[in-house]
Ligand binder design. Structure first.
Ligand code: ATP
Length: 231
C-alpha cells in the first residue's frame, strides 16, 4: 500500500502509510492502541476502502482479534469453516481440516465446542481455519492478545514452527514489540493515531529466536526507542 489514508468521520486512523510485504515474508506491524492497526488489516483484506492512496494485495485470509470461532460449531467444523464457505462438502472439509489436527495439537478435541477449549487451543483452531482458507496472504490481528503470558510464549513458538513447515506471506499486527522481534522478518512501527510509519526494522536472525538473545534484546530496545517508549 502507498500513501494510504483512512478516516472514520473526524477520526483519522491512518495517514500516509506506505507498506510492502514480499512473498514469503512475515511483517509485523506494531503500534500503540488505537493507531489504526486493525484498520490497516481490513484495508489489506478489502473489507473497506481507503480514502486516499492505493492498496494492492493478493487474496488474504484474516484471523480476527477475537478468535471468531462460532460457539455452536465443534472445533473440527470451526477449522473447516473456510473450506465449507468455499464450497467444499461437509465430509471433504472435515477430512481436510482433520488432517492437521495432530500437528496442531488438537487431536481428540474434534467434537469439542470452543467454550470447552483452552485459549491456546482456540487460537490454534482459528489459525488452522485461516491457513485452510488457502489464500496467499495471512493477516493475523493480535493473534495472542487474549492469552496469558505463558500460553502466549508457547503460542509464539508454535506459530513460528507452523510457518516454518508451511511458509506463507504473513502480516501480523501486535502491540507487543518483543513478539514482533521474535517472529518477524521485518517490523513496521506505527505512531500514535493517526498511524504513520515511524520506522522499519529488519530482523535478520534465524528462527527460533530466544527473547534473551542479545540481538533480540537490542532490536527490541531500538523498536521501543523508535516508538518513543522509555522502559
Ligand atoms: N468502523 C469504525 N468506525 C468508527 N471508528 C473506527 C472504526 N474502526 C476503527 N475506528 C477508530 O479508528 C481508530 C483506529 O482503530 P483500530 O482498531 O484500527 O486501531 P488498533 O491500532 O487496531 O487498536 P487496538 O490496538 O486497540 O486494537 C480508533 O480510534 C478507532 O476507534
Amino acid at each position: 500500500m502507498s500513501g494510504v489514508r483512512k478516516a472514520y468521520g473526524d477520526v483519522v486512523a491512518l495517514d500516509g502509510v506506505d507498506l510492502r510485504v514480499a512473498a514469503g515474508e512475515l511483517v509485523a506491524v506494531v503500534g500503540p492502541s488505537g493507531c489504526g492497526k486493525s484498520t490497516l488489516l481490513s484495508l489489506v483484506c478489502g473489507l473497506e476502502p481507503a480514502d486516499a492512496g492505493t492498496v494492492e494485495a493478493p487474496a488474504a485470509a484474516l484471523m480476527p482479534q477475537r478468535d471468531g470461532l462460532l460457539p455452536w460449531l465443534s472445533a473440527l467444523d470451526n477449522a473447516a469453516l473456510a473450506l465449507r464457505v468455499a464450497g467444499a462438502s461437509k465430509a471433504a472439509a472435515r477430512e481436510a481440516a482433520h488432517a492437521h489436527f495432530v500437528r496442531f495439537g488438537l487431536e481428540g478435541f474434534e467434537k469439542a465446542r470452543p467454550a470447552t477449549l483452552s485459549g491456546g487451543m482456540r487460537q490454534r483452531v482459528a489459525f488452522l481455519r485461516t491457513l485452510l482458507a488457502g489464500r496467499p496472504l495471512l493477516c493475523l490481528d493480535e493473534p495472542f492478545g487474549a492469552l496469558d503470558a505463558l500460553t502466549r510464549t508457547q503460542a509464539q513458538t508454535w506459530l513460528a514452527e507452523a510457518l516454518a513447515r508451511e511458509p506463507r506471506t504473513v502480516l501480523l499486527v501486535t502491540h507487543d514489540v518483543e513478539e514482533a522481534v521474535l517472529l518477524a522478518d521485518r517490523v513496521v512501527l506505527l505512531s500514535q493515531r493517526p498511524g504513520r510509519v515511524v520506522s522499519v526494522l529488519d530482523v535478520p536472525l534465524a528462527r527460533p529466536r530466544a527473547r534473551t538473545e542479545q540481538a533480540v534484546v537490542e532490536l527490541r530496545e531500538r523498536a521501543l526507542a523508535a516508538l518513543g517508549v522509555a522502559e
